[in-house]
Design a protein around this ligand. Structure first.
Ligand code: Y12
Ligand code: CO
Length: 173
């Protein structure tokens, strides 16, 4: 499956993703195709809507202590629901759909998550640190929310101005 990353301000990114009901070969093909897209662009997280599939699917590969991303740490998360959230943390986030921009975003520090894996098995995951932050970032995508939506009015205005300038440069060269 040939997938390309949808970039802001594409309206597709504002779609609300639908619950996965069929855990079939099509879902497996989507998951298998999302992985190289994320790895080839130095991503640590990718939601299906970022590759034009409005399904409640996301993948994450958080680097280990050596900074390595290994496939054994790959998490495939389907139909996630946060059941507990606690604390506050601020992290400078980036997004493959908003290239070259990084902004501080406030998130819950610890979360507990229920989700399904690619074979529809129900799982529970307790997450903190970068994993908790990345899960919340990716789950926002399922609602059509981007990390830039969390910025203050002034920061957002500045972002829009800089992003427009970046796009202009990109398409004039
Ligand atoms: C904090 C919160 C959420 C995440 C997970 C989702 N974000 C990413 O995986 C971002 C990746 C990213 C990769 C980039 O590198 C390339 O595109 C080659 C990047 O650089 C540029 O756009 C030039 C920006 C973001 C992570 C952390
Ligand atoms: Co993102």
């Amino acid at each position: 499956m040939n997938l390309t990353i949808v970039e802001y301000p594409d309206k597709k990114l504002r779609q609300k993703s639908k619950e996965v009901k069929s855990f079939d070969h099509k879902l497996h093909e989507l998951l298998d195709s999302m992985y190289p897209v994320m790895m080839n662009t130095n991503g640590i997280g990718l939601a299906a809507i970022q590759v034009s599939f409005a399904l409640r699917v996301l993948i994450l590969n958080i680097p280990d202590e050596e900074g390595e991303q290994t496939k054994e740490n790959l998490l495939e998360i389907i139909n996630p629901v946060i059941t507990h959230k606690n604390g506050e943390t601020i992290y400078q986030e980036g997004c493959l759909s908003v290239p070259k921009f990084y902004e501080d975003v406030k998130r819950f520090e610890n979360i507990i998550l229920n989700y399904q894996d690619r074979d529809a098995n129900t799982k529970t995951l307790e997450a903190d640190g970068l994993l908790a932050i990345a899960i919340q970032h990716e789950m926002d995508h399922l609602e059509g929310i981007l990390f830039i939506d969390h910025l203050s009015y002034a920061r957002r205005k500045k972002f829009e101005k800089e992003y427009k300038r970046m796009l202009k440069e990109k398409f004039s060269s």
